[in-house]
Design a protein. Structure first.
Length: 298
């Protein structure tokens, strides 16, 4: 049995969108709950989701582990997994990593384009790599089971995170820079290191990351996905993941959101049973490095 999983999503969330996800057969979604929010603001966002979980229990529920993806499929609902696109939610307190994990956070980016207390973002002129606090936070994320996401990070910082992390990391939304040289897209060196460490990459449908922008064709996008998987599969146990966001839930948010995108709503997902970071999100949600995958314990 295959799973349909959206590797990262943002939207003006509503019952209408929850029903669209069910109509599309989406089993799980990685939802951004932090962009620049503080800890308290992030908790308020979680509280808002708690109300939605109460109001629409027949459509959505909070996911904590890979088992919840299967539960979503079996119960005809969509599992919602929380992620942060910025470490602002932990402020300057490493203890908040575990607190947020207990509240359900399962992914956290170390930067959002700019320099953070942890690492350098892809839009900075100089990339100084992981900071001392960044190394400590990665270690703590590994301990509690929180996925390290380097989607918006600069090259040295990303390579440092791959090297320092005791678990494979994720780049949940970016494309190869050789296909389109956006600052957010990743170099062959990063993709090589990611693949060799059992890491995962999710391809991005954001127009600024696409060859040709909003004019990018479906064939062009599918071609780069296929070529990347072929080029960076190192071995059966060290394979880069190809996880395409299967829906564009745009209800008016984001630059160019929902307009002329090569939406992959019918892309065939990979089997949940495949491990070693070949299944995208489903593998990430599995606990323990030796237990296969990048990610996070429930």
């Amino acid at each position: 049995m295959t799973m349909l999983i959206d590797g990262l999503q943002y939207a003006n969330w509503s019952e209408r969108i929850f029903r669209q996800m069910r109509d599309g057969g989406v089993d799980a979604v990685h939802v951004s709950i932090t962009y620049h929010e503080t800890f308290r603001e992030t908790v308020l966002n979680i509280s808002r989701w708690n109300r939605w979980f109460e109001d629409f229990p027949d459509l959505i529920f909070q996911g904590f582990s890979a088992a919840d993806v299967q539960l979503a499929r079996n119960s005809g609902r969509t599992a919602i997994f929380f992620g942060a696109q910025n470490p602002s939610c932990i402020e300057d307190d490493i203890g908040l990593v575990e607190v947020l994990h207990r509240l359900g956070l399962r992914f956290m980016q170390l930067t959002y384009n700019n320099q953070s207390l942890l690492a350098t973002g892809c839009y900075e002129a100089e990339d100084t790599g992981l900071t001392r606090m960044g190394r400590d936070v990665v270690t703590e994320m590994n301990r509690v089971g929180l996925v390290v996401d380097m989607s918006h990070s600069a090259e040295r910082s990303t390579l440092d995170a791959i090297a320092h992390s005791s678990r494979p990391i994720a780049i949940t939304h970016a494309n190869p820079a050789t296909w389109h040289p956006a600052r957010r897209n990743k170099s062959p060196r990063v993709l090589q290191a990611l693949a060799e460490s059992d890491g995962m990459v999710g391809f991005s449908l954001y127009p600024h990351h696409l060859n040709g922008g909003s004019a990018c064709t479906l064939d062009d996008f599918c071609g780069v996905v296929a070529r990347t998987r072929s080029a960076w599969t190192i071995s059966a146990s060290a394979a880069i993941c190809v996880r395409i966001s299967p829906t564009v839930l745009s209800n008016g948010c984001g630059s160019g959101a929902g307009r002329n995108r090569p939406t992959m709503a019918r892309a065939a997902p990979l089997p949940l049973a495949f491990r070693r970071c070949r299944t995208g999100f489903a593998t990430i949600a599995t606990s323990g490095r030796s237990g296969q995958g990048c990610a996070a314990s429930g």
